[in-house]
Design a protein. Structure first.
Length: 397
């Protein structure tokens, strides 16, 4: 059987990461995703040089079809409208207001296709003092409190997470929202507009444990948590992570570390005490772990049922025994690059399996096929694809 979204059509007007990863998730789950690109292609294609394929682009756009259209041309916008009329979902992450200037606003597309799920992904939202700000992932890490969470305990300097976590988290939230809207449409027959900002996403994502001090109104002035080391510990030959949340795990860890006196130590006797004295607890734990070897510690910790793992270099991940067991990494041929690795879709469906639908498309690779499906004649396609001077957008600066 095909994926769970087989038979659904998605029009992808997104660029870079948040939108493309969202629609790639839908493509992995069986949707027909049509990526509409400018003639020069999505800027993410060129993040690793001047070629049409970068590793980042491939890993965000596999399994899609590409059509190249210059949205400064009225004929190209007519083609986009014709495609949207046949779609279940439209996803766009232009800066607020640009879709209106293209004549592709949500109300206009709703009139064209009442069942359409129209998705607008933005940096900070559609209104407000920051709405005109150009936004990338570091801006959201800074505004959401994530950089503050990463503050260096020695210097007090906030730090970025070294991956575009805001973009990718927004992509996952957007894909989930789209599926929820499709379920609602199945009950009501009505489409709807989904608005999702990276800022809103990350504040919600961080809240459960990162904003506990601000959850109960009136307790905002409680003492700030004492900065604590992270859960990475050096050994004689590498690094491991060890965590002990429950009482049983703490008992096991005390046994492995040969510190039974910690069990009844007032600083560590309860989960609350261990949390309050986390900096001291982790420092003392690290001092002991530094005197042993990685595999010996891991074997002993596993035997005591204490959560632990080696800290893998990225080069070690693809060959890790659990990753191999999970058959997580697949290879495929990507025209323009050669053999590439990709992670399979994370969710495994028992009846409607998700799968990588093929390589990332070339710029406009499927233009003729898609326009033919939309009812264009060969002559009309040739005229639409012919180079011509750009028209000025109505209201453009």
């Amino acid at each position: 059987m095909g994926g769970p979204l087989q038979g659904l059509r998605v029009i992808d007007l997104t660029t870079v990461i948040s939108g493309p990863v969202c629609t790639m998730i839908l493509a992995d789950q069986g949707a027909d995703v049509i990526k509409i690109e400018p003639p020069g292609g999505d800027i993410a294609r060129r993040t690793a040089g001047d070629g049409a394929f970068s590793p980042m682009f491939v890993s965000s756009n596999r399994g899609k079809r590409s059509i190249a259209l210059d949205l400064k041309q009225s004929a190209a916008l007519d083609a986009v409208r014709r495609l949207i009329a046949t779609a279940d979902v439209l996803v766009q992450n232009f800066r607020p207001g640009l879709m209106d200037r293209f004549g592709l606003s949500e109300p206009a597309m709703r009139a064209l296709n009442p069942g359409l799920i129209y998705v607008s992904i933005s940096g900070v939202g559609d209104t407000g003092p920051y709405v005109k700000k150009r936004v990338y992932d570091p801006v959201i890490q800074s505004l959401s409190g994530l950089a503050d969470i990463q503050t260096d305990t020695a210097t007090g300097r906030p730090k970025m997470v070294r991956t575009i976590v805001a973009d990718k988290t927004t992509a996952v939230y957007a894909a989930q929202a789209i599926c929820a809207a499709l379920v609602a449409r199945g009950r009501t027959g009505q489409g709807q507009h989904i608005r999702l900002s990276m800022l809103d996403t990350m504040v919600a994502f961080l809240w459960p444990e990162a904003m506990t001090q601000y959850t109960v109104v009136g307790q905002e002035d409680a003492p700030q948590p004492v900065p604590r080391p992270d859960l990475i510990f050096a050994t004689l030959d590498g690094y491991i992570t060890v965590g002990a949340l429950s009482d049983s795990e703490w008992l096991g860890l005390c046994g492995v570390l040969a510190r039974p006196d910690w069990i009844d130590d007032p600083r560590f006797r309860t989960p609350a005490a261990r949390s309050h004295n986390a900096a001291e607890r982790l420092t003392l734990t690290g001092e002991i772990l530094a005197g042993g070897y990685t595999q010996d510690w891991l074997d002993r910790l596993d035997a005591a049922d204490v959560p632990c793992a080696p800290v893998l270099a990225r080069s070690e991940v693809i060959g890790n025994i659990q990753v191999v067991n999970n058959e997580l990494i697949e290879t495929m041929e990507q025209p323009g690059l050669g053999t590439v690795r990709q992670p399979r879709p994370a969710a495994r469906f028992g009846l409607t399996p998700a799968r990588i639908g093929g390589p990332a498309p070339g710029i406009g690779e499927h233009t003729v096929a898609i326009l033919t499906e939309a009812g264009y004649s060969p002559g009309e396609i040739e005229a639409l694809m012919a180079p011509r001077p750009r028209e000025a957008m109505h209201g453009a600066a």
